[in-house]
Design a protein around this ligand. Structure first.
Ligand SMILES: *Cc1c(COP(=O)(O)O)cnc(C)c1O
Length: 361
């Protein structure tokens, strides 16, 4: 068996220990004689799995009592619909446009309410986080939407926008659990699991209880109502049982590492190995504003498209997978989520150095 260094933006690398552990339990989970996939979600055993996942996540993020944790389906994209459908009161929301995901979220929200795009970095292909010092927050905004880490471009908010008391909603799909955050600053945080915490098919929503309303359009599909999911402990219908189980294992893996402060230190060290190299290379360069750099998705290019393609071909042959940048911007992108070992990043930099030497001049 040979595992590659997988730099995919998502679905993405998971901790090898978690995968091994899950493999060991595949056929017979804790003497139940069945796999978690085959188990009733109403069984005592499964209830314990989901309860433990929630309590470990609460520990990791220090989630206040007045927030609910929901494990849902439909990926990050379904939240683009659920957020406006469930949070609208005045029918107005502010969106900060920092990339394709924020744009998609805003487009979807326009079906339900008036969307004000209060800041954007589209003018420079989303290569920076816009100035947040003087945002024109709408007086009647039901919420302010941001996409914390912009997976495609490799930018990240390093401070939160001042929402002037309005509810902050964050799409944290690609930086979830990569660093400590203060949950109480947000009204709602959501994250599709497949970037940093588990398999595709599960999305995690952390929502302040007072935002869970029953007074929403009664035509709202039942599965798109936060109140229904909250009342039923994410089990109104069958939840993504196996996905939640794996997320739970990743939460334990993080707790064992020392929690989010510890993983943040590792992530900073890891990202710096790559950024430091890019900053002194004569062939490769990072494509985003230095102050806006992501710790999770590192986007870079070389001096020509031809060389990019040669690099992609040779790196793949050498066991570095999924380094191709998103089709909308080209170049390269190394997604170095929590589960990417430091050795993986170091091996990539060694390869890049060697490639640069072989192709200079
Ligand atoms: C991947 C991604 C999404 C979309 O997730 P799906 O699960 O495919 O719907 C949304 N937002 C961000 C920031 C992402 O990285």
């Amino acid at each position: 068996m040979k595992r590659v260094f997988n730099f995919s933006a998502g679905p993405a690398i998971l901790p090898e220990d978690v995968l091994k552990d899950a493999a060991n339990e595949m056929l017979d989970y804790q003497n139940s004689g069945m796999s978690v996939m085959e188990m009733s979600h109403r069984s005592k055993m499964y209830q314990q799995i989901i309860d433990e996942a929630e309590s470990d996540l609460r520990k990791l993020l220090d989630i206040p009592e007045n927030y609910k944790v929901l494990f849902l389906q439909g990926g990050g994209t379904m939240q683009f619909s659920m957020v406006p459908m469930n949070l609208m009161k005045n029918g107005v929301a502010d969106y900060i446009i920092t990339g394709a995901w924020a744009e998609k979220a805003a487009e979807e929200a326009k079906k339900y309410l008036k969307v004000n795009e209060i800041a954007s970095s589209k003018d420079k292909m989303f290569s920076y986080i816009p100035d947040l010092s003087n945002l024109k927050i709408s007086e009647d905004a039901d919420y302010v939407f941001m996409c914390d880490n912009n997976t495609i471009y490799g930018t990240k908010f390093h401070e939160l926008p001042d929402t002037k008391g309005k509810v902050l909603v964050s799409d944290a799909s690609s930086c979830f659990l990569s660093e400590p955050i203060d949950v109480s600053k947000y009204g709602l945080i959501f994250a599709g699991a497949q970037k940093n915490v588990g398999p595709a098919g599960t999305v995690i929503v952390i929502i302040r209880e007072d935002l869970i309303s029953k007074e929403i359009d009664p035509k709202t599909p039942i599965l798109l109502r936060y109140d229904i999911h909250a009342e039923n402990g994410s089990m109104y219908n069958t939840p993504p049982t196996y996905g939640i189980y794996l997320c739970g294992k990743v939460f334990k893996w993080l707790l064992n590492l020392g929690g989010l402060k510890a993983i943040e230190q590792i992530n900073i060290k890891k990202a710096n190995i790559l950024y430091d190299y890019l900053d002194q290379s004569k062939m490769f360069y990072g494509t985003v504003d230095k102050k806006s750099r992501s710790l999770m998705n590192v986007c870079f290019k070389s001096t020509s498209e031809e060389l990019d393609n040669q690099f992609l071909k040779e790196s793949k042959a050498a066991g570095f997978e999924n380094l191709k940048g998103h089709r909308s911007i080209g170049g390269m992108r190394a997604s170095i989520y929590n589960a990417m070992p430091t050795e993986g990043v170091q091996a990539l930099v060694d390869f890049m150095q060697d490639f640069e030497k072989r192709n200079e001049g």
